[in-house]
Design a protein around this ligand. Structure first.
Ligand code: PMP
Length: 399
């Protein structure tokens, strides 16, 4: 376990007009690699964290129609009521959890804003948030920017990268306010089991904590596995925030639509922050998202099947080459253990990029639990993955 004070050191002297918090925030380890890759020819990127599919055509059409018909104004702060109603029905149908569209749902600018609202509305300076890692790079940063203290708890490959309730309980202090989890997980592809999540629920009750559950990959889960929606667990709707969005499930990253759901007394706080920062999420994108919810089930299915085909290729090949690789149960990332080569993850990724022009992301960018691994996104064409694998094999043979 390690607190993140080392990741976000405090500036000691005034060398900038930026706030200390911002000045001491390191840029995301993902972007740095993209910047290097952008200067090279012939790079195959397994670094990208977004679907390679285009948004389904009927969803695009709905957005265009919205603009043409003059829907170019603000919506209500919480979002178009019809979208909130459709989302409530959708969550009820999939997970049996019911949110009141009037008071318990906010449509946000991507899952990213939902995360920002949760951190800003919940945290006082010094409040600790326990974060199982590896995790999406924004979790620690958002907590830190809101004045909180991220406390990282590594998940282990030998444990299927599942949440570790014992380690979490050991990290709880009187300053702990929340546990922030993200499953299906970026970058490991892990899907937390119901048993473990029930233990997290028990801890939340015992220690009076809020659970923030980022479920943005909820529909990208492979056959034989099941996503458990945290607030649907007994007693948890009242002490959790559900964060989600349209970016991944519906290939809508550029539309910037996400959502936050939770009990009214918390959502009032999130809504205040949202009102004063964003006003309302983009109107045409909300209308497009409504169409995605109404008709795009089969598009999601088609994308999951294609991700699955790529997943089977990349996981079996990486394992065959001698890089132990956990089989992802959801999302679209493989997370091979590269420390077996004797290189650390940064060096491995740097040399692979320089020598073979394949971009992957060093696992340590995702927190302490990611050290020794790299993230390979398979949200890219099958043929490109095949070529990237050939290059990785050549690289490994040379080592
Ligand atoms: N949560 C996770 C786990 C993610 O991987 C991402 C995007 N990479 C987001 C949230 C934010 O997505 P967006 O803002 O595009 O909805």
């Amino acid at each position: 376990m390690s607190s993140t004070s080392s990741t976000f050191p405090t500036a000691s002297t005034r060398t900038t007009y930026l706030s200390q918090r911002v000045a001491s925030l390191k840029p995301s380890g993902i972007r740095r690699f993209f910047d290097i890759a952008a200067t090279m020819k012939d790079v195959i990127s397994l670094g990208i964290g977004e679907p390679d599919f285009d948004t389904p055509p009927s969803v695009i059409e709905a957005g265009i129609q919205a603009l043409r018909s003059g829907q170019t104004h603000y919506t209500s702060n919480a979002g178009i009521l019809e979208l909130r109603q459709a989302l409530a029905a959708h969550l009820e149908r999939l997970y049996g959890v019911s949110y009141d569209p009037q008071t318990e749902i906010i449509i946000t600018v991507g899952g990213s804003e939902a995360l920002y609202l949760a951190a800003t509305a919940l945290l006082d300076p010094g409040d600790e948030v326990i974060i199982p890692t590896p995790c999406f790079v924004s979790y620690q940063a958002q907590v830190y920017l809101a004045g909180g203290v991220p406390i990282e708890i590594p998940c282990r490959m030998e444990d299927n990268f599942d949440v570790n309730p014992q380690a979490i309980e050991a990290a709880i202090t009187p300053r702990t306010k929340a546990i922030l989890i993200g499953f299906p997980n970026n970058p490991t592809g892990a899907v937390a089991t119901r048993e473990r999540l029930l233990e997290i629920a028990r801890l939340a009750e015992k220690h009076d904590l809020i659970v923030i559950s980022d479920e943005i990959y909820d529909r990208l889960v492979y056959a034989g596995h099941q996503h458990v929606c945290f607030p649907s667990l007994p007693g948890m709707k009242g002490r959790s925030l559900l964060l989600g969005g349209f970016s991944k499930d519906y290939a809508m990253t550029g539309w910037r639509i996400g959502y936050a759901c939770g009990p009214q007394h918390l959502m009032q706080g999130l809504l205040r922050v949202h009102q004063y920062t964003v006003m309302s999420a983009p109107t045409m994108s909300q209308i497009a998202a409504l169409t995605a919810l109404y008709d795009r089930d089969e598009a999601v299915q088609m994308m999951v099947e294609e991700y699955d085909r790529r997943r089977r290729l990349i996981v079996s090949e990486l394992n065959r080459m001698g890089l132990p690789t956990f089989e992802p149960k959801g999302a679209f990332y493989a997370f091979p253990k590269v420390s077996v080569t004797g290189l650390d993850d940064e060096t491995f990724a740097q040399r692979l990029l320089q020598e073979e022009h394949v971009a992957v992301v060093p696992g340590s960018a995702f927190g302490a639990g990611g050290e020794g691994f790299v993230r390979c996104s398979y949200a890219t064409a099958y043929e490109k993955i095949e070529e990237a694998l050939r290059r990785i094999e050549r690289f490994l043979k040379r080592l």
